[in-house]
Write a protein that binds this ligand. Structure first.
Ligand SMILES: Cc1cc2nc3c(=O)[nH]c(=O)nc-3n(C[C@H](O)[C@H](O)[C@H](O)COP(=O)(O)O)c2cc1C
Length: 363
């Protein structure tokens, strides 16, 4: 079985997040905002692949966020996305972000096994239980109180199919299934690498039971350590190991002033204000994806990168921030840009060597 990139040698791993959606993670009106054309996405995936970046992670969206741009209404579906990228990349892990309530686990298992074969063992699954009522409405679904109880049943069904141990019946609260099976088994055994994107305590408990890695937000690097300790305690109760990844948006420029000026320009002056109001309002009410104080203090971060942590400055500043993130206990982070194709090359050529010098990466 080939070594999955998420188990590779780099101490601090990197992923590219949300290149499948227009605007990436931003809510901005600048003309250079990411258009998410298929050709552009392929170029970015190949660039990340050649640079040894570990994973390519799409966002799962079924509705846009309104305002002038309706950002992320244009977004590619993530299972078919990963399958298509398998043929044009060589090393990078290809995640799919799958909504538990919208995608049946029998379907998800077969789709994931297909991607794993097409990519020779590079598939990954990011399990999301959903938070946006407008998306549930679009499917005619009601958001249930205990999303993670359904998530656990979903995960068990999918995992049992992928383990290929023979047909089974499943009699749960959310799924009642007869004589379930699915082949081929995936290349990765017993199943592809899983992430779970969550922040709340129930989300952390779910990751402790069902994920190899938790994908989560933080507000201050210094407080990250406490968050990781809390997650580690939950994971220890399950007797498992779960690494913690986080997520950032990046503006990397030769000088600090250039980077900060551009951040102010796209995330404040040119922010898509109505969509930022809509997004922050809905996220705060329904998701629990962030620390409560993030909504009060960090509107700019929501316009700049969906409330993720900003890495804004020179290559040295960004590398130093990543060193602090690694010291806090994060196993890696995703990066996103206003325009992935224009900005990823400078990040690769200027930040990656500094991470090597700092001992965080060997490539
Ligand atoms: C880093 C991160 C990435 C996420 N990515 C997605 C996504 O692509 N699509 C989605 O619908 N929800 C996404 N979510 C939302 C979560 O799946 C989850 O529904 C939300 O965080 C609410 O659950 P929680 O309160 O347990 O965190 C993400 C959350 C986090 C923290």
């Amino acid at each position: 079985m080939p070594l999955h990139p998420m188990h590779g040698p780099n101490r601090f791993k990197l992923g590219v997040f949300s290149a499948n959606a227009d605007g990436g993670l931003t809510l901005t009106r600048v003309k250079e905002r990411w258009p998410a054309t298929w050709q552009g996405i392929v170029e970015v995936a190949q660039m990340a692949d050649r640079a040894g970046i570990e994973f390519f992670l799409p966002i799962a969206r079924w509705k846009g966020f309104g305002g002038e741009m309706n950002s992320r209404e244009w977004s590619f579906e993530t299972l078919t996305f990963a399958a298509a990228l398998a043929g044009v990349t060589e090393r990078i892990a290809l995640f799919s972000t799958v909504h538990v309530p919208m995608v049946h686990p029998v379907y998800a298992a077969k789709a994931l096994a297909t991607i794993d074969h097409a990519s020779n063992g590079r598939a990954g699954l990011n399990i999301v239980c959903g938070w946006n009522p407008e998306e549930f409405d679009a499917f005619g679904l009601t958001m249930i109180e205990d999303r993670y109880a359904q998530g656990l049943e979903w995960f068990e069904i999918m995992s049992r199919i992928l383990a290929d141990t023979g047909p089974f019946d499943f009699d749960g609260k959310y799924y009642k299934l007869k004589n379930v099976s699915g082949r081929p088994a995936p290349v990765q055994r017993p199943r592809p690498v899983t992430l779970n994107a969550a922040f709340s305590p129930p989300g952390r408990d779910f990751a402790a039971k069902a994920a190899d890695f938790l994908f989560t937000t933080f507000t201050d690097i210094d407080k990250g350590r406490a968050q990781i300790d809390d997650i580690a305690a939950r994971v220890a109760k399950e007797g498992r190991e779960v690494g913690v990844y986080t997520t950032t948006h990046v503006v990397c420029r030769p000088t600090q002033a250039e980077a900060e000026d551009y951040y102010e320009h796209y995330a404040v002056t040119m922010q898509d204000g109505a969509s930022v109001d809509h997004y922050m309002g809905a996220k705060e009410k329904f998701s629990g994806s962030h620390d409560a104080e993030a909504y009060r203090l960090h509107r700019k971060r929501f316009a700049g990168g969906a409330g993720t942590y900003p890495l804004v400055g020179t290559p040295r500043h960004i590398a130093e921030e990543m060193v602090r993130m690694a010291a806090a206990g994060f196993a890696g982070t995703t990066v996103s840009f206003v325009n992935f194709k224009d900005e990823l090359p400078y990040f690769i050529e200027s930040v990656l060597p500094l991470l090597r010098d700092a001992g965080l990466r060997v490539q």
